[in-house]
Structure formats: C-alpha cells, structure tokens
Design a protein around this ligand. Structure first.
Ligand SMILES: Nc1ncnc2c1ncn2[C@@H]1O[C@H](COP(=O)(O)OP(=O)(O)OP(=O)(O)O)[C@@H](O)[C@H]1O
Ligand SMILES: O=C(O)c1ccc[n+]([C@@H]2O[C@H](COP(=O)([O-])O)[C@@H](O)[C@H]2O)c1
Length: 215
C-alpha cells in the first residue's frame, strides 16, 4: 500500500497569489510531500464576509495559480460542509485512510491560532508546519498558542520525518520569504474576481479543473 504524504494549506485565497505558490512549493520540498492541497475556504469563521469574493471565483483563481505544480486547489470544505478546521481535518483523515496529512499555515495564522475552535484538538489530529512570513515570525514565536505548543516543537532539520511523529508536533520552516499578501492585491485590484466569474473561461488544464483528490 502506497502512503501519500499530503500537506493541507487552508485559506481564503481571496485571491490566490504567487506567495501561496512559493511557500507551498517550499513546504513540499522541506517536508518531502507528494502533494499539497489548498483548501479554499467557503468562509473563514474569523473573517468578515464583506469583501470576500464568491467561492467559485476564488477556486478558479487558485487552480490557475496552482497550475503545473504538485498543488491541488479544492473546494473540499464546501463539499464536506465544514467551516471549522477541526471538523474539516477530522473528516479528511477519515475519508483518506491511505494518506498522511500535515496542516500548513503561515506565521500570521499561528499568532491567532488560540482563537480557532478546539485548536488543541487540531494539533492532536495531525502535525503542524508553520511557514515563515515577513513581519509575523516574531509574533508567531510569542503567540499565545505557543505557550502550549512549544513543548511539541521539532527541529526543522528533521522535517521530512513528520509522518512518523507522534502528535502534537510542530515544526517552523524557514526559507526565502515572500511578501505578497491578498490584502495588498485587493487594494490595487478590488475587482480581480470579475475575471474569474465564469470558471469555464478560465485557462486551466481540464484535469486540474475537475479532479477531486482520490480516496
Ligand atoms: N506570503 C506568504 N508567506 C507565508 N504564508 C502565507 C503567505 N501568503 C499567505 N500565506 C498563508 O497561506 C494561508 C492562506 O492565506 P490567505 O488566503 O489568507 O492569504 P493572505 O495573503 O494572508 O490573505 P489576506 O491578506 O486577505 O489575509 C495562510 O496560512 C497564510 O498564512
Ligand atoms: O477553525 C477555526 O476556528 C478557524 C479560524 C480561523 C481560520 N481558520 C482557517 O484558517 C485557514 C486560513 O484562513 P485565512 O482566511 O487566513 O486564509 C482557513 O483554512 C480557515 O478556515 C479556521
């Protein structure tokens, strides 16, 4: 039985940008992943709905950004009808028994992690990799959740062993950072989603546009 090693990066992807692609490719390299899945969120429970582009447009833009990379942009959360990460991860682990998963998030998300529903249960569900992000790395190390997570920290040089770690486990990944943010992109191009309003007109490979991860 071949075990697939998958990294899960959840996000609003409003819109997906080259920073997402860069940090995901770095995570794939440093963690020795077969693939990363972008979980394009129907709606981050902590973010306002105002200014959030429709899921179809965010998904189409994410698929275009993930093209020709071992990255799948998916609407799994909408399909599973989950919104909270703790529920999503529980369902995914059950649904894909032949896969091993690691949760990936940027340093900005670790700073807020203690506000997520049942965040300790998330950490007990699968290992967590935190990605360096300019302006947030110090905050992440001082994050309230780190008060508890710190004791489970693993050295980055052992990152490729993550599938054998007992949980909770946390690894902080450092690499050449990328400053891109969706907030910045929306400021210069607030109507970006209009270009993705009709997903059929979006240039993605047919396989990438329809495939769901295999169980
Ligand atoms: N440049 C980046 N470096 C590191 N991590 C990133 C970067 N951009 C996004 N991420 C991470 O990717 C995930 C999804 O990010 P998200 O879709 O919210 O993009 P964003 O640029 O942070 O958006 P916004 O500015 O709207 O908050 C989060 O875990 C986030 O921390
Ligand atoms: O489950 C929660 O309580 C929770 C609270 C805030 C954010 N999240 C998840 O964190 C991921 C990153 O969200 P975002 O909007 O910062 O890209 C995304 O998968 C969200 O669903 C999850």
């Amino acid at each position: 039985m071949t075990i697939r090693r998958i990294g899960l990066l959840g996000g609003s992807f409003n819109p997906a940008h080259r920073g997402h692609r860069h940090v995901t490719l770095e995570a794939i390299r440093l963690l020795g992943l077969d693939e990363a899945w972008w979980l394009v969120s129907p709606g981050n429970p902590l973010k306002p709905r105002a200014g959030m582009a429709p899921l179809a447009a965010r998904l189409a833009a994410a698929r275009a950004m993930a093209r020709r990379a071992p990255i799948r942009a998916t609407d799994l959360e909408a399909r599973l009808r989950t919104r909270y990460t703790v529920d999503t991860l529980r369902r995914i682990v059950r649904r894909y028994p032949r896969h091993r998963f690691i949760w990936i998030m940027g340093a900005d998300n670790l700073a807020q992690f203690h506000q997520w529903r049942q965040w300790r249960t998330i950490a007990r569900t699968m290992p967590i990799a935190v990605l360096t992000r300019p302006g947030y790395d110090d905050d992440a190390l001082a994050a309230p959740a780190m008060g508890w997570l710190r004791r489970y920290r693993r050295p980055a040089r052992q990152a490729t062993n993550w599938a054998e770690w007992s949980v909770p486990a946390l690894v902080l990944l450092r690499f050449r950072p990328d400053r891109t943010s969706a907030t910045q992109l929306r400021a210069v191009d607030p109507d970006w989603h209009v270009r993705f309003a009709d997903p059929i007109s979006v240039t993605t490979t047919p396989a990438a546009s329809t495939r769901q991860p295999q169980e």
